[in-house]
Design a protein around this ligand. Structure first.
Ligand code: GLV
Length: 329
């Protein structure tokens, strides 16, 4: 039997599925240190990860490794150039999380706009002693302008929901989406700068790449309306968290909501000090059904890529399909 590492705790029934095909080494505990990860990969043919960094050093430590299946749509934890150099396949879990993640983007955007967690903290602290006409005044979602940066599958699901809220939708993306999608979503393409000036609620849904590092920093925050909100459901590092904390503290923008952070699970201490930010621990895709779908899709990819199961040799979500069928070097 081929050997695989499952680097993280996942649903036990998915482990049982994998055991039908593989000798499974399951790390059902804390995230592995790079050294422990490399050691556990040394004799493995495949691995299932969830954000664990896999670069040249990990691949060099694992001479048999042919596929790494990430239980996430984002795969910035993979060094794809290193994968390609050694003919190692990477796979991810797109599509199954689109709607759930878009729902959560709305939950965060609305919580930021209407100051849901900030007012809850006030109530829990025992500070609520009277109804007040001006307590926790926020901004409207209905009829406002939504700015989506990153108009991929999740960005489109997010924008589609805005139709029901009578919003103007503006978006920025590496390239314009097809005219029929713009029409369906009633979405208007703008430069990043124009979007930041126009939007009442900016939501980030773009992948993390070197080019997207600090897509939102001090310069961009300065372009936003003082009444605007910023929501990040994409990846840590897309926002300069220190600059954002400063903009929130000085009320350069009204509020923000973050599900992802630079260097998570650590959170920039300055963000913990400001009240006008909603903070959640990377849970945008975390509905029971969707996390199950992601785990099963990650397993499907691994099983197929290692030549087993009904789709042997044809994993559903190859990131670098050019290496399929090539021998590991
Ligand atoms: C989660 O962050 C994912 O990329 O799926």
């Amino acid at each position: 039997m081929q050997k695989i590492l499952v680097a993280r705790p996942i649903f036990p029934d998915v482990i049982d599925r994998l055991k039908l095909y593989f000798d499974v080494d399951w790390n059902n505990g804390e995230a592995l240190s790079p050294e422990a990860l490399h050691q556990r990969l040394a004799d493995k043919d495949g691995a299932l990860t969830a954000g664990d960094p896999i670069g040249a050093a990990a691949l060099a430590a694992a001479p048999r490794l042919r596929v790494v299946s990430n239980m996430a749509v984002g795969y910035n934890n993979f060094d794809i150039a290193a994968f390609n150099a050694l003919n190692v396949l990477g796979t991810n879990t797109p599509d199954v999380l689109n709607e759930t993640t878009a729902d959560f983007g709305w939950a965060l955007m609305m919580a930021a706009a209407r100051r849901v967690t900030e007012s809850e903290h006030f109530l829990r602290a025992g500070k609520w002693d009277k109804w007040s006409f001006d307590a926790f005044l926020g901004s409207d979602i209905y009829g406002a302008t939504l700015g989506v940066i990153g108009m991929g599958r999740i960005g489109q699901a997010l924008a589609r929901r805005a139709l029901g809220f009578n919003m103007r939708v503006v978006y920025h993306n590496r390239s314009r989406v097809a005219p029929e999608i713009e029409r369906e979503l009633n979405a208007e393409y703008l430069s990043k700068e124009d979007l930041l000036k126009a939007a009442d609620h900016v939501v980030l849904v773009l992948p993390y790449t070197a080019q997207n590092h600090h897509t939102i920093g001090a310069t961009e925050l300065a372009l936003m309306k003082p009444t605007a909100t910023l929501t990040n459901i994409a990846r840590g590092g897309i926002v300069d968290d220190a600059a954002l904390a400063h903009a929130l503290r000085t009320r350069q923008i009204a509020s923000a909501a973050l599900d992802v952070f630079e260097g998570e699970p650590r959170v920039h201490p300055a963000l913990l000090e400001v009240e006008n930010v909603v903070l959640t621990p990377h849970i945008a895709s975390a509905s029971e059904a969707t996390r199950r779908a992601m785990a099963n899709l990650a397993a499907d990819n691994l099983i197929a890529a290692l030549g087993e199961g009904p789709r042997a040799g044809q994993p559903p979500n190859p990131i670098n399909p050019a290496v399929l069928g090539k021998a590991r070097t």
